[in-house]
Design a protein around this ligand. Structure first.
Ligand code: 3AM
Length: 171
């Protein structure tokens, strides 16, 4: 038995509401809007894991020591090839980079290959979308981040994702 898992930042209710409003106010075009309760920022995609690998991954998360930080989601953009519209940041907090780095580094010990693609922090709003021009988001979505989460993907369900476990950020 395997589970499809990833590490993510999960928004609180306030940020979720704001992101949902931004999503709703996008021009009416073809695309599949993410379920409001699925909105998140992926840190590391893990893939299909068995129980042993999941335990290893959770031990990696137990060892992470990174201070809490605040995200300012102040950009709206798209990945044209992936056909994804997203919210993102123009300034990446150092703690966010440190968090992803700590996870990536620890995961090597569980047999994962380091991610070759550059980390592009974003919250996916719409998939299978037609591209829209990038622009600033005014006012930005202010998201104080005090924890990260291990999330399971459940294909075919809505909402699709379920938070399995959370870890508080601490220096
Ligand atoms: O954060 P977003 O929604 O852009 O696209 C998937 C989603 O990203 C991505 O992991 C997040 C949670 O499902 N994802 C899915 N399959 C992937 C893969 N094979 C993947 N990312 C990298 N490699």
């Amino acid at each position: 038995m395997t589970e499809r898992l990833f590490f993510a930042l999960w928004p609180g209710e306030r940020q979720q509401r704001t992101l949902t409003r931004i999503q709703r106010e996008l021009p009416d075009r073809p695309g599949r809007k993410a379920h409001p309760r699925d909105l998140h920022l992926t840190l590391v995609f893990l893939g299909d894991l068995d129980a042993e690998k999941r335990a290893c991954v959770e031990e990696v998360a137990d060892r992470v020591r990174v201070a809490p930080f605040t995200l300012n989601l102040d950009r709206f953009g798209c990945f044209p090839r992936a056909r994804v519209l997203w919210c993102g940041v123009s300034e990446r907090p150092r703690s966010l980079t440190a968090l992803v780095h700590a996870l990536d580094e620890g995961l090597v010990g569980c047999g994962f290959c380091p991610e070759r693609r550059a980390f592009e922090p974003h919250v996916t709003l719409v998939r299978k979308a037609r591209p829209l021009p990038a622009r600033g988001l005014e006012p930005p979505v202010v998201w104080p981040v005090a924890e990260f989460a291990l999330v399971i993907a459940r294909p075919g369900e809505s909402p699709r994702y379920r938070v399995e476990r959370r870890w508080p950020l601490m220096p």
